[in-house]
Design a protein around this ligand. Structure first.
Ligand code: ATP
Ligand code: MG
Length: 418
């Protein structure tokens, strides 16, 4: 369905492993709803011949090629030259490019100098898409029946030109009437294998909507992609499969598309008017960090104590000396006392705590690396504590433990079983 698109990322830094290519996924996501399917992608270094070769290869394999990067004014910005060579179109002075750059510089209180001269050039026949948020204007070119677009590499500028200039134009020049709609459903508390088994009937490769599953930071994401002749039909297909997925996973589903587990937890707490306190040891403030990424969470979050040393658990969270001595800092009893202490100190409705051994060292007999206790204390319910042995690196153990806390806070706030 739809037209074939190819994405070309240009820049030495992308191949040296120093900069992660974020333009590629961004452009791919935006093209899909317009009926353009990304069939491949490539990366070229800052070399004129390599860029020319990559452009020719991309144009041989797709109807639309979108390149990003290498449109700057410096000598390592060679995308204009590479395109000119690939298309056999000489570089010429462009009045439109000059006007775009002069306009931008004027707003910065600067004048066009010799250092920006390369950017006033464009391959013959190119249409210049003015860039009001940076110096490098974008280029739109035709090669036979095919279209080649070059966007600046700076993600903010690239995103702006894509949204404001390119997508509206591509929407007018659709490859077909096909409409592709996508939805992501996020859930927590199942393994990928268990979720995959439940989803198996929906995951046939030739099914429409197509269903897939991925996992990141212990959050499972079910992607649904519906294709139909028009947006209304695609929407109806999507809604049908989304409803089936939601039935399969029930209250483990915490949100869709851009929603994070922290945002879902915060929404649940705020929605029920509940205040919360945290006592963190193993997670070192990560739960608080994730929650405070959510705007408006100050309506619920009252306190986050990071108590790493035993004496601090005792002095700041009132964990009894005897509990620490008899059970150790990494124990169900200490976790419970930490949550209770935080809740009391903050006079909060709910509190959660973490204590554990994030590794790589620190294991003792009976207490392996990855051992984490999570406790929840609430004014309403009975105290709750759970023991986990989490796999992965130190940072993965911390992240997984933090996600468990966020999930339990969401469930506790909504009155769901923990
Ligand atoms: P400028 O006019 O700012 O020089 P440009 O088109 O020449 O723009 P580059 O010089 O290639 O763009 O890159 C500018 C910045 O954008 C660099 O910091 C680079 O790391 C970043 N960048 C370039 N391409 C990508 C990409 N695909 N993903 C993420 N960042 C990128
Ligand atoms: Mg560059």
């Amino acid at each position: 369905v739809g037209g074939r698109a190819w994405l070309l990322s240009i820049g030495d830094e992308l191949l040296a492993g120093t900069v992660l290519d974020t333009n590629l996924p961004h452009v791919a996501r935006e093209l899909l709803p317009l009926g353009w399917r990304v069939v491949g992608a490539s990366t070229a270094c800052d070399d004129e011949e390599e860029i020319a070769r990559a452009v020719r290869e991309a144009l041989a394999r797709a109807d639309l090629v979108i390149a990003t990067g290498g449109l700057g004014p410096t000598r390592d910005d060679l995308t204009r030259e590479g395109i000119a060579r690939a298309l056999g179109a000489p570089l010429e002075e462009s009045a439109a490019a000059r006007a775009s750059i002069e306009g931008w510089l004027a707003r910065q209180g600067r004048a066009l100098g010799p250092e920006n001269a390369p950017q006033t050039l464009a391959p013959r026949g190119a249409e210049v898409l003015p860039n009001p948020v940076g110096t490098a204007p974008a280029l739109w070119l035709r090669s036979g029946e095919r279209t080649l677009v070059a966007l600046p590499g700076v993600p903010r500028e690239m995103e702006y030109l894509l949204r404001e200039a390119l997508l509206p134009r591509l929407a007018r020049e659709r490859p077909s009437g096909a409409s592709v709609l996508r939805r992501r459903i996020h859930l927590f508390g199942l393994t990928e294998a268990a979720a995959g088994a439940r989803l198996a009937p929906l995951m046939a490769r030739d099914r429409n909507p197509r269903v897939g599953i991925t996992v990141k930071d212990a959050v499972l994401t079910v992607s649904i992609e519906a294709v139909a002749a028009g947006a209304a039909d695609a929407g109806a297909l999507l809604a049908g499969t989304e409803a089936e997925v939601r039935v399969l996973f029930g209250d483990r589903v915490f949100g869709e598309d851009g929603t994070t587990l922290a945002a879902a937890a915060a929404r649940a707490l705020l929605g029920r008017g509940l205040s919360v306190a945290l006592a963190e040891s193993a997670t070192g403030g990560l739960v608080g960090h994730l929650l405070t990424e959510v705007p408006g969470v100050s309506g619920s979050l009252r306190l986050d104590v990071v108590a790493y040393a035993d004496e601090m658990k005792r002095d700041l969270l009132a964990v009894p000396e005897a509990t620490l001595r008899e059970h150790g800092a990494v124990s169900a009893e200490t976790a419970q006392a930490m949550a209770a202490g935080a809740r009391r100190a903050a006079r909060a409705d709910l509190a959660a705590s973490t204590t554990g051994i994030a590794g790589p060292g620190g294991a003792t007999p009976g207490k392996p690396v990855g051992l984490v206790f999570v406790a929840v204390d609430s004014a309403a319910g009975v105290p709750h504590v759970e023991r986990h042995v989490l796999a992965g690196s130190r940072s993965e153990v911390k992240t997984r433990a933090a996600m468990i806390v966020l999930d339990r806070l969401r469930r506790a706030a909504l009155g769901l079983p923990l």
